[in-house]
Design a protein around this ligand. Sequence first.
Ligand code: B12
Length: 210
Amino acid sequence: MNILLVYPKYPESFWSFTHVLRFISKKAAVPPLGLVTISAMLPPTWNKKLVDLNVTSLQISDIIWADYVFISAMYIQKESVNKILEECIKNKVKVVAGGPLFTQEYNNYSQIDHFVLNEAEITMPLFLHDLASGKPPQRIYKTSEYADMTTTPVPDYHLLSAKDYAFMNIQVSRGCPYSCDFCEITALLGHKVRMKTPSKSLTNSRRFTT
Ligand code: B12
């Protein structure tokens, strides 16, 4: 199975650091940690390729290569999301979507084939199980449970071109005890703080491609 993991382009905003990154010869601030985490949840025998549109462009040949395009996004990336979806539809490649934008707005994306929503530690095994058992996967996998983060695999950092990023991020915890009205973290991940174990958070630097 060939899986293309695509991270949409950010528009210009404070957090895209568009104008300062060139002073340090970097293309983006941080990598798409959600997608490299998802990659590590897929069967190791599958072929995986990551295209972060903030550091490179999406080639039609990559889309055609894929059996599924996996896409992750925040609201702010909607414009780029729509362009990616158009290309996938044009080239008849199925799309699996997850992450914050789709978890909250999947109803607005009738053109997407499958949604693996909320925390993929819980929903991805359901999708993979259906696929492996030969039944057509459902359109929507979601849960109201929160994941046990000690089961989260170390992300597939080797898919990243580390030299393109100003920082390398690791995930340590999810959830937040506060209730700030401008922030969606508690709606997505709950009020209880959950921690990874150090061995699941920390990276092995030899796995980076530089
Ligand atoms: C790190 C981070 C950033 C970083 C880097 C973003 C990046 N490149 O990934 C920076 C600091 C740049 C950033 C900026 C912004 N961010 Co931010 N960010 C986060 C943060 C703290 C962690 C994201 C992360 O990496 N998590 C680790 C990974 C492993 O978890 P995950 O992505 O959630 O993935 C899990 C699931 O979602 C799912 N999943 C994710 N993707 C996919 C894909 C598929 C196919 C599948 C099946 C499943 C799946 O599986 C994973 C494992 O369970 C989140 C809050 C949070 N705690 O989640 C906010 C968050 C994602 N950010 C948010 C926002 C709003 C922003 C900004 C727009 C803020 C602003 N006002 O400017 C900017 C936009 C960026 C820009 N350039 O303009 C919102 C998004 C809300 C939404 N619904 O879209 C969040 C949820 C925080 C909030 N305040 O509510 N952000």
